[in-house]
Design a protein around this ligand. Structure first.
Ligand code: 13P
Ligand code: SF4
Length: 324
Protein backbone atom coordinates (compact mmCIF):
# COMPACT_ATOMS: atom_id res chain seq x y z
CA UNK A 1 0.00 0.00 0.00
CA UNK A 2 1.31 3.49 -0.70
CA UNK A 3 0.41 6.98 0.38
CA UNK A 4 -2.28 8.28 -1.95
CA UNK A 5 -1.66 11.33 -4.09
CA UNK A 6 -4.29 13.18 -2.05
CA UNK A 7 -2.49 12.30 1.23
CA UNK A 8 0.83 13.57 -0.18
CA UNK A 9 -0.89 16.72 -1.42
CA UNK A 10 -2.55 17.38 1.92
CA UNK A 11 0.75 16.82 3.74
CA UNK A 12 2.43 19.32 1.44
CA UNK A 13 -0.41 21.73 1.93
CA UNK A 14 0.40 21.72 5.62
CA UNK A 15 4.10 22.58 5.22
CA UNK A 16 4.05 24.67 2.01
CA UNK A 17 4.91 27.87 3.88
CA UNK A 18 8.16 26.41 5.24
CA UNK A 19 9.25 23.84 2.62
CA UNK A 20 9.84 25.22 -0.92
CA UNK A 21 8.11 23.22 -3.70
CA UNK A 22 11.47 22.33 -5.24
CA UNK A 23 12.53 20.49 -2.04
CA UNK A 24 9.30 18.56 -1.48
CA UNK A 25 9.84 15.74 -4.06
CA UNK A 26 13.06 14.82 -2.24
CA UNK A 27 11.00 13.96 0.87
CA UNK A 28 7.99 12.11 -0.50
CA UNK A 29 9.64 8.69 -1.01
CA UNK A 30 10.88 8.51 2.58
CA UNK A 31 7.60 9.86 3.97
CA UNK A 32 5.65 7.22 2.07
CA UNK A 33 7.98 4.43 3.26
CA UNK A 34 7.90 5.61 6.88
CA UNK A 35 4.09 5.79 7.01
CA UNK A 36 3.94 2.23 5.67
CA UNK A 37 6.67 0.94 8.04
CA UNK A 38 4.85 2.44 11.03
CA UNK A 39 1.78 0.39 10.14
CA UNK A 40 3.77 -2.80 9.51
CA UNK A 41 5.75 -2.57 12.74
CA UNK A 42 3.05 -1.07 14.98
CA UNK A 43 5.40 1.82 15.62
CA UNK A 44 4.93 5.42 16.71
CA UNK A 45 7.24 8.35 16.16
CA UNK A 46 7.76 10.84 18.98
CA UNK A 47 9.32 14.07 17.70
CA UNK A 48 10.72 17.02 19.63
CA UNK A 49 9.72 20.58 18.68
CA UNK A 50 13.21 21.11 17.16
CA UNK A 51 12.77 18.47 14.46
CA UNK A 52 12.56 19.71 10.89
CA UNK A 53 9.03 20.32 9.48
CA UNK A 54 9.04 17.27 7.17
CA UNK A 55 9.56 15.10 10.27
CA UNK A 56 7.49 17.14 12.72
CA UNK A 57 4.46 17.70 10.50
CA UNK A 58 4.57 14.74 8.10
CA UNK A 59 5.59 11.55 9.95
CA UNK A 60 5.45 12.24 13.71
CA UNK A 61 2.55 10.85 15.78
CA UNK A 62 3.35 12.71 18.98
CA UNK A 63 5.19 16.05 19.20
CA UNK A 64 6.12 18.37 22.02
CA UNK A 65 8.70 19.59 24.50
CA UNK A 66 10.74 17.18 26.66
CA UNK A 67 8.04 17.08 29.32
CA UNK A 68 5.21 16.35 26.87
CA UNK A 69 7.26 13.66 25.15
CA UNK A 70 7.96 11.98 28.49
CA UNK A 71 4.32 12.20 29.61
CA UNK A 72 2.99 10.93 26.29
CA UNK A 73 5.63 8.18 26.10
CA UNK A 74 4.02 6.65 29.21
CA UNK A 75 0.71 6.21 27.38
CA UNK A 76 2.07 4.83 24.11
CA UNK A 77 0.25 1.71 22.95
CA UNK A 78 2.64 0.40 20.26
CA UNK A 79 5.42 -2.18 20.01
CA UNK A 80 8.08 0.22 18.78
CA UNK A 81 8.85 3.85 19.63
CA UNK A 82 11.13 5.86 17.34
CA UNK A 83 12.43 8.94 19.09
CA UNK A 84 13.09 11.77 16.65
CA UNK A 85 15.16 13.90 18.98
CA UNK A 86 18.34 13.51 20.99
CA UNK A 87 19.69 10.58 22.97
CA UNK A 88 18.52 11.64 26.45
CA UNK A 89 14.95 11.86 25.10
CA UNK A 90 15.19 8.32 23.72
CA UNK A 91 16.58 7.08 27.05
CA UNK A 92 13.72 8.80 28.90
CA UNK A 93 11.17 7.13 26.60
CA UNK A 94 12.89 3.79 27.30
CA UNK A 95 12.87 4.39 31.08
CA UNK A 96 9.11 4.81 30.86
CA UNK A 97 8.67 1.81 28.51
CA UNK A 98 11.14 -0.81 29.65
CA UNK A 99 9.24 -3.58 27.85
CA UNK A 100 9.11 -1.82 24.46
CA UNK A 101 11.64 -1.38 21.68
CA UNK A 102 12.86 2.22 21.60
CA UNK A 103 14.92 3.30 18.59
CA UNK A 104 17.03 6.40 18.01
CA UNK A 105 17.86 6.95 14.33
CA UNK A 106 21.37 8.33 15.01
CA UNK A 107 23.35 7.39 18.11
CA UNK A 108 25.45 10.54 17.74
CA UNK A 109 22.48 12.80 18.52
CA UNK A 110 23.79 13.98 21.88
CA UNK A 111 23.44 17.17 23.91
CA UNK A 112 26.08 19.53 25.33
CA UNK A 113 24.21 19.64 28.65
CA UNK A 114 24.07 15.85 28.94
CA UNK A 115 27.79 15.73 28.13
CA UNK A 116 28.64 18.27 30.84
CA UNK A 117 28.13 15.94 33.81
CA UNK A 118 28.75 12.33 34.87
CA UNK A 119 27.30 10.11 37.58
CA UNK A 120 30.48 10.51 39.66
CA UNK A 121 30.14 14.32 39.45
CA UNK A 122 26.68 13.97 41.03
CA UNK A 123 28.08 11.75 43.81
CA UNK A 124 30.76 14.40 44.49
CA UNK A 125 28.08 17.13 44.71
CA UNK A 126 26.19 15.02 47.25
CA UNK A 127 29.36 14.63 49.34
CA UNK A 128 29.94 18.38 49.18
CA UNK A 129 26.35 19.27 50.13
CA UNK A 130 25.13 16.39 52.34
CA UNK A 131 21.37 16.05 52.61
CA UNK A 132 20.61 18.60 49.87
CA UNK A 133 18.23 17.07 47.29
CA UNK A 134 19.42 16.78 43.69
CA UNK A 135 17.04 18.05 40.98
CA UNK A 136 18.30 16.91 37.58
CA UNK A 137 17.32 18.27 34.20
CA UNK A 138 15.97 15.66 31.79
CA UNK A 139 18.88 16.65 29.49
CA UNK A 140 21.23 14.13 31.17
CA UNK A 141 22.19 10.47 30.80
CA UNK A 142 20.24 7.73 32.60
CA UNK A 143 23.37 7.17 34.77
CA UNK A 144 23.16 10.78 36.01
CA UNK A 145 19.39 10.51 36.58
CA UNK A 146 20.03 7.36 38.61
CA UNK A 147 22.06 9.43 41.12
CA UNK A 148 19.31 12.06 41.41
CA UNK A 149 16.28 12.53 43.64
CA UNK A 150 13.96 13.93 41.01
CA UNK A 151 14.08 15.16 37.42
CA UNK A 152 12.74 18.37 35.91
CA UNK A 153 12.37 20.01 32.51
CA UNK A 154 12.24 23.65 31.50
CA UNK A 155 8.45 23.28 31.58
CA UNK A 156 8.17 22.33 35.26
CA UNK A 157 11.49 23.25 36.94
CA UNK A 158 10.02 25.90 39.25
CA UNK A 159 7.16 23.62 40.36
CA UNK A 160 9.57 20.72 40.95
CA UNK A 161 12.00 22.81 43.04
CA UNK A 162 9.15 24.20 45.15
CA UNK A 163 7.45 20.80 45.50
CA UNK A 164 10.32 19.53 47.64
CA UNK A 165 9.55 21.88 50.55
CA UNK A 166 13.24 22.50 51.34
CA UNK A 167 15.34 25.67 51.63
CA UNK A 168 18.14 24.51 49.32
CA UNK A 169 18.44 22.27 46.28
CA UNK A 170 21.22 21.21 43.93
CA UNK A 171 20.04 21.75 40.34
CA UNK A 172 22.02 20.05 37.57
CA UNK A 173 23.52 20.57 35.05
CA UNK A 174 22.29 23.78 33.34
CA UNK A 175 23.73 26.84 35.07
CA UNK A 176 21.47 29.27 33.21
CA UNK A 177 18.25 27.33 33.80
CA UNK A 178 19.23 27.14 37.49
CA UNK A 179 19.82 30.89 37.64
CA UNK A 180 16.59 31.65 35.76
CA UNK A 181 14.65 29.51 38.24
CA UNK A 182 16.52 31.01 41.22
CA UNK A 183 15.21 34.42 40.12
CA UNK A 184 11.63 33.16 40.64
CA UNK A 185 11.88 31.36 43.99
CA UNK A 186 13.06 31.76 47.57
CA UNK A 187 14.66 28.30 47.44
CA UNK A 188 18.46 28.58 47.30
CA UNK A 189 19.79 26.86 44.19
CA UNK A 190 23.25 25.35 43.90
CA UNK A 191 24.09 25.13 40.19
CA UNK A 192 26.51 23.25 37.94
CA UNK A 193 28.44 24.83 35.07
CA UNK A 194 26.77 23.05 32.13
CA UNK A 195 25.47 25.08 29.18
CA UNK A 196 23.43 24.44 26.07
CA UNK A 197 25.68 25.16 23.10
CA UNK A 198 22.70 26.53 21.16
CA UNK A 199 21.15 28.88 23.74
CA UNK A 200 24.36 30.16 25.35
CA UNK A 201 25.13 31.97 22.07
CA UNK A 202 22.21 34.41 22.35
CA UNK A 203 23.02 37.78 23.93
CA UNK A 204 21.07 40.83 25.17
CA UNK A 205 22.72 42.77 22.30
CA UNK A 206 20.93 40.41 19.85
CA UNK A 207 17.62 41.40 21.43
CA UNK A 208 18.39 45.16 21.31
CA UNK A 209 19.31 44.86 17.62
CA UNK A 210 16.14 42.91 16.91
CA UNK A 211 13.96 45.45 18.68
CA UNK A 212 15.59 48.24 16.68
CA UNK A 213 15.28 46.45 13.35
CA UNK A 214 11.71 45.22 14.00
CA UNK A 215 9.87 47.75 16.19
CA UNK A 216 7.14 46.11 18.27
CA UNK A 217 8.53 42.57 17.88
CA UNK A 218 7.65 40.16 20.71
CA UNK A 219 10.72 38.31 21.97
CA UNK A 220 10.33 34.81 23.43
CA UNK A 221 13.36 33.02 24.94
CA UNK A 222 14.08 29.52 26.16
CA UNK A 223 15.20 29.38 29.83
CA UNK A 224 18.47 27.70 28.75
CA UNK A 225 19.46 31.20 27.54
CA UNK A 226 21.67 33.31 29.84
CA UNK A 227 19.68 35.21 32.52
CA UNK A 228 20.44 38.59 30.86
CA UNK A 229 18.74 37.30 27.69
CA UNK A 230 15.71 36.05 29.62
CA UNK A 231 15.50 39.42 31.43
CA UNK A 232 15.52 41.27 28.09
CA UNK A 233 12.85 39.01 26.55
CA UNK A 234 9.06 39.47 26.85
CA UNK A 235 8.51 35.86 27.93
CA UNK A 236 10.61 32.80 28.72
CA UNK A 237 9.41 29.22 28.70
CA UNK A 238 9.88 25.71 27.39
CA UNK A 239 9.54 25.07 23.67
CA UNK A 240 5.86 24.15 24.11
CA UNK A 241 5.29 27.18 26.37
CA UNK A 242 6.68 29.41 23.58
CA UNK A 243 4.42 27.76 21.04
CA UNK A 244 1.40 28.15 23.38
CA UNK A 245 2.31 31.82 23.91
CA UNK A 246 2.10 32.46 20.15
CA UNK A 247 -1.26 30.63 19.95
CA UNK A 248 -2.66 32.59 22.89
CA UNK A 249 -1.35 36.09 22.18
CA UNK A 250 -1.10 36.01 18.36
CA UNK A 251 1.63 38.69 18.25
CA UNK A 252 1.85 40.44 14.86
CA UNK A 253 5.60 39.78 14.78
CA UNK A 254 7.60 37.42 16.99
CA UNK A 255 11.14 36.10 17.37
CA UNK A 256 11.92 32.83 19.17
CA UNK A 257 15.38 32.88 20.78
CA UNK A 258 15.90 29.16 20.36
CA UNK A 259 16.62 26.41 17.82
CA UNK A 260 15.79 27.21 14.18
CA UNK A 261 13.18 24.54 13.38
CA UNK A 262 10.97 25.77 16.21
CA UNK A 263 9.91 28.88 14.24
CA UNK A 264 9.19 26.80 11.13
CA UNK A 265 7.05 24.33 13.08
CA UNK A 266 5.06 27.02 14.90
CA UNK A 267 4.74 29.16 11.74
CA UNK A 268 2.88 26.30 10.03
CA UNK A 269 0.04 26.76 12.55
CA UNK A 270 0.03 30.58 12.43
CA UNK A 271 0.05 32.00 8.91
CA UNK A 272 -1.04 35.37 10.32
CA UNK A 273 2.06 35.78 12.55
CA UNK A 274 5.32 37.17 11.12
CA UNK A 275 8.29 35.15 12.42
CA UNK A 276 11.63 36.99 12.52
CA UNK A 277 14.31 34.35 12.21
CA UNK A 278 17.72 34.81 13.70
CA UNK A 279 18.14 31.42 15.36
CA UNK A 280 20.83 28.86 16.19
CA UNK A 281 20.89 25.29 14.89
CA UNK A 282 21.29 22.35 17.27
CA UNK A 283 23.72 20.05 15.42
CA UNK A 284 22.52 17.09 17.50
CA UNK A 285 18.83 17.52 16.69
CA UNK A 286 19.74 17.98 13.03
CA UNK A 287 21.36 14.52 12.88
CA UNK A 288 17.85 13.06 12.70
CA UNK A 289 16.54 12.89 9.12
CA UNK A 290 13.72 11.19 7.25
CA UNK A 291 16.33 8.84 5.74
CA UNK A 292 17.64 7.62 9.09
CA UNK A 293 14.12 7.35 10.58
CA UNK A 294 13.26 5.09 7.64
CA UNK A 295 16.47 3.07 8.16
CA UNK A 296 15.71 2.81 11.90
CA UNK A 297 12.33 1.20 11.15
CA UNK A 298 13.65 -0.99 8.32
CA UNK A 299 16.70 -2.27 10.17
CA UNK A 300 15.54 -1.96 13.80
CA UNK A 301 18.36 0.38 14.72
CA UNK A 302 19.63 1.84 17.03
CA UNK A 303 18.02 -0.01 19.92
CA UNK A 304 18.23 1.98 23.19
CA UNK A 305 19.40 -0.18 26.11
CA UNK A 306 19.94 0.80 29.73
CA UNK A 307 21.64 -1.24 32.46
CA UNK A 308 18.75 -2.65 34.61
CA UNK A 309 20.13 -1.30 37.91
CA UNK A 310 20.61 2.19 36.40
CA UNK A 311 17.19 1.98 34.74
CA UNK A 312 15.41 1.17 38.00
CA UNK A 313 16.96 4.13 39.86
CA UNK A 314 16.71 6.56 36.93
CA UNK A 315 13.06 5.77 36.23
CA UNK A 316 12.26 6.51 39.87
CA UNK A 317 13.59 10.08 39.42
CA UNK A 318 11.63 10.54 36.18
CA UNK A 319 8.41 9.06 37.59
CA UNK A 320 8.71 11.20 40.71
CA UNK A 321 8.85 14.24 38.41
CA UNK A 322 5.79 13.10 36.47
CA UNK A 323 3.84 12.65 39.71
CA UNK A 324 4.27 16.36 40.70
P1 13P B 1 12.18 21.70 26.02
O1 13P B 1 11.94 20.74 27.13
O2 13P B 1 11.77 23.11 26.35
O3 13P B 1 11.57 21.23 24.75
O4 13P B 1 13.75 21.83 25.79
C1 13P B 1 14.56 20.76 25.45
C2 13P B 1 15.80 21.20 24.87
O5 13P B 1 16.67 20.42 24.59
C3 13P B 1 15.96 22.62 24.65
O6 13P B 1 17.21 22.90 24.15
FE1 SF4 C 1 20.98 19.93 24.06
FE2 SF4 C 1 20.91 22.51 23.51
FE3 SF4 C 1 20.58 20.76 21.54
FE4 SF4 C 1 18.66 21.11 23.40
S1 SF4 C 1 19.36 22.58 21.90
S2 SF4 C 1 19.44 19.15 22.64
S3 SF4 C 1 19.91 21.49 25.23
S4 SF4 C 1 22.44 21.04 22.78
Amino acid sequence: MSVSLSTAASLYDRVRRVIPPIEWPAFTGDIEAILELKRERNAVILAHNYQTPEIFHCVADIVGDSLALARKAMAVDADVIVLAGVHFMAETAKLLNLGKTVLIPDLGAGCSLADSITASDVRLMRQRYPGVPVVTYLNTSAAVKAESDICCTSGNALAIVESLGVARVIMLPDEYLAKNIAAQTKVEIIAWKGHCEVHERFSPADISELRQAHPGVTVLAHPECPPEVVAAADFAGSTTAMSDYVARHKPARVVLMTECSMSDNVAVEHPDVDFVRPCNLCPHMKRITLANIRAALEQNRHVVTIDPDVAERASRAVERMLAV
